[in-house]
Design a protein around this ligand. Structure first.
Ligand SMILES: [Zn+2]
Length: 296
């Protein structure tokens, strides 16, 4: 190696080391500075995770309110940003976490999916408007997908048809939305290898829960902390143990016993930012989980 090459290589390594401290929006800006910065911004180790939870670039700042970026102009900016960022990643992204408050559209999902063929974990935002066709295209690209945090952004249609067709390796799911009988049937049919399942702090239909617990043979852990188990709109069980004791279940069930869960521990600290407060509480529930692999 010549002296120049050696210096170039050291410069590259130093830049990459520094860039590990940037968020994705800053990384995008850095990539536009010059050729050598652009090259360093494409280092595979910078792109394992595409974390869109906090975008600090002024033109891309995402307010902390539901349905942010719902207007056309914001949506277009988001699309351009996602296309450019994922083009830097060299197909190295294995995890995508959306900002909870963005309004997800087909074009966003597809822009990412086309450039992330090795995606394993997907965390969806709270709301959006995804068509069946959009989902079909995305899932066709994501054949390696193993884990999804599901929200109301994809709630109104047959999400699992596309999963069953293209993603055969799903082992972890978190429902940050209602779980009913239709969803339970879909899980039994399309995700037979499921190991980790979380319904943390969400309402769940009683029959739907029984169906998955009795039918998914590979279930390892199910998180039911603060879950309301309901039937015909009525809350059925004040203690989950009453229900679970009647069933012959081999998997581990996590429930909140004596305020032992993360939510209760957070409330008991005196940190004011940990107190229940609408959207912040929702976001916290979406991010945290007693099953480590489903937290982010
Ligand atoms: Zn608790």
């Amino acid at each position: 190696m010549t002296k120049n090459n050696s210096n170039d290589s050291m410069f590259y390594e130093i830049l990459v080391r520094i860039f590990t401290m940037l968020n994705v929006a800053d990384l995008v800006v850095a990539s536009m500075v010059c050729k050598s910065w652009n090259l360093a911004c494409r280092a595979p180790e910078l792109w394992r995770k595409l974390d869109l939870r906090s975008l600090s670039l002024r033109s891309l700042s995402v307010p902390l309110s539901p349905h942010a970026w719902i207007d056309e102009q914001s949506s277009n900016t988001m699309t351009q940003f996602l296309k450019y960022a994922t083009s830097l990643s060299g197909e190295n992204i294995s995890c995508v976490i959306f900002n909870y408050c963005v309004y997800l559209r087909d074009v966003h999902l597809i822009s990412i999916a086309e450039r992330t063929p090795n995606l394993k974990r997907l965390v969806l935002p709270m709301s959006g408007e995804i068509s069946k066709n959009g989902l079909e295209i995305a899932m066709r690209s994501w054949r390696c997908l193993e884990s999804i945090t599901i929200t109301t952004s994809i709630y109104d249609f047959k999400f699992f048809d596309a999963i069953g067709k293209h993603c055969k390796n799903i082992t972890s799911l978190k429902f940050a939305c209602f779980f009913g009988q239709e969803e339970a049937e879909s899980l039994v049919k399309y995700t037979p290898n499921l190991k980790f399942l979380s319904f943390r702090d969400m309402p769940i239909n009683h029959r739907a829960l029984c169906r998955v617990l009795n039918s998914l043979e590979h279930l390892d852990v199910v998180n039911l902390c603060h879950t309301d188990i309901i039937d015909y709109g009525l809350k059925l069980y004040s203690s989950h143990r009453n229900l679970l004791n009647r069933m012959n279940i081999s998997c581990k069930i996590i429930t909140c016993e004596k305020r032992s869960c993360l939510m209760c521990k957070n409330e008991s600290t005196n940190d004011p930012t940990r107190q229940p407060s609408g959207i912040l509480e929702e976001i916290r529930n979406w991010r945290e989980d007693e099953i480590d692999s489903l937290a982010h």
